[in-house]
Design a protein around this ligand. Structure first.
Ligand code: SF4
Ligand SMILES: [Zn+2]
Length: 307
């Protein structure tokens, strides 16, 4: 029977960091906890931004955002927090109205398309990269094609360091790879970043930053940054080489050829890994067993052997 492996770019990034991490994620094991409001808000904002890219009016986009986020926000987010829906609605409403789609330097070709592109073309079991960019757009001036990626973040989106992190980011490369595999010769990725900071509320009177009434300055607290990321062909080819190696390694792990190593112990990833407790105790399956069946790889040696 022919088989194939489908994986996300994020999974291959895990494989590159640590096989134990990747296989734990594959088995569905994650540690609960942490602040997930950024992720939930980001997901809901993407719904509004898709409306925007599809040419819906701003009211419809905001309604779609609220339909997805308001209940969660009411339950888990304090009124004064940046991620409260009232604050995010003001940011999104302003950003979308300030960036009317027909005034943008691009035309939208499609939005939110899932693409499957072969990364390891081996007949016994190919490895397929599954990717979803937020859109595909065409530069109005020169006709060049760009994948589009929305980012919502608490970070300062115009900050040089924040912008620079995307230049060689695996997600950027994956978008380029998948669109090109679909036959669209994209130049790179057009990033649309919106900052989710707390902006002065109508009830706040004087702005601490600008020392004036907030009704005069609240909009200047809203930050959006639209910028292009276009890696060199050399960098892109290097990503293909590395990610193909990671995909082959993932295949070996999934097919049970060899053991499941713990590379985090030597590359420093354990320090900020959410599975640290599990591995610290000697990769003891107990914590997995109390919640679910332990995956079979748990019993395999932590020592890695090449096929
Ligand atoms: S704690 Fe270290 S060894 Fe364990 S999964 Fe995380 S990175 Fe890998
Ligand atoms: Zn101000």
């Amino acid at each position: 029977m022919s088989q194939k492996i489908k994986c996300s770019n994020g999974m291959l990034t895990d494989v590159a960091s640590c096989s134990t991490l990747a296989m734990s994620h594959t088995a569905g094991y994650t540690t609960p906890g942490g602040d997930d409001r950024k992720m939930v808000a980001g997901h809901s904002a993407h719904i509004a931004l898709e409306h925007w890219l599809q040419g819906s009016d701003t009211d419809a986009a905001i309604s779609a955002f609220l339909a997805d986020y308001e209940n969660y926000s009411n339950q888990y987010v304090e009124a004064k927090n940046a991620y409260h829906h009232d604050n995010l609605v003001r940011i999104l409403d302003y950003s979308l109205r300030a960036h009317a789609l027909d005034q943008m330097p691009f035309e939208v070709i499609t939005t939110e398309r899932e693409i499957e592109a072969t990364l390891v073309d081996e007949p016994d079991c190919p490895v397929i990269l599954v990717d979803r960019a937020d859109g595909l757009v065409c530069n109005k001036e020169n006709g060049s094609l760009w994948a589009m990626e929305h980012k919502t973040t608490g970070a300062a989106v115009t900050d040089h360091t924040w912008v620079m992190q995307w230049r060689m980011h695996p997600q950027i490369m994956a978008h380029i790879y998948c669109w090109r595999a679909e036959g669209y010769d994209v130049k790179g990725v057009l990033m649309n970043a919106i900052q989710f900071n707390r902006i002065p509320a109508p009830t706040d009177t004087k702005c601490r930053t600008h020392k004036i009434e907030t009704r005069l300055c609240w909009a200047s607290h809203i930050h959006q940054n639209l910028f292009e990321v276009q890696p060199s062909e050399d960098a892109y080819q290097a990503w293909i080489l590395e990610q193909t190696a990671n995909a082959k390694k993932y295949k070996r792990l999934l097919l049970g050829r060899g053991s499941v190593p713990q590379e985090g112990l030597t590359n420093g990833h354990c320090g900020h890994c959410h599975l640290q407790e599990f591995c610290y105790k000697g990769r003891n399956a107990y914590e997995l067993l109390v919640t679910r069946d332990a995956p079979s790889w748990i019993t395999r040696s932590g020592l890695y052997k090449e096929d």
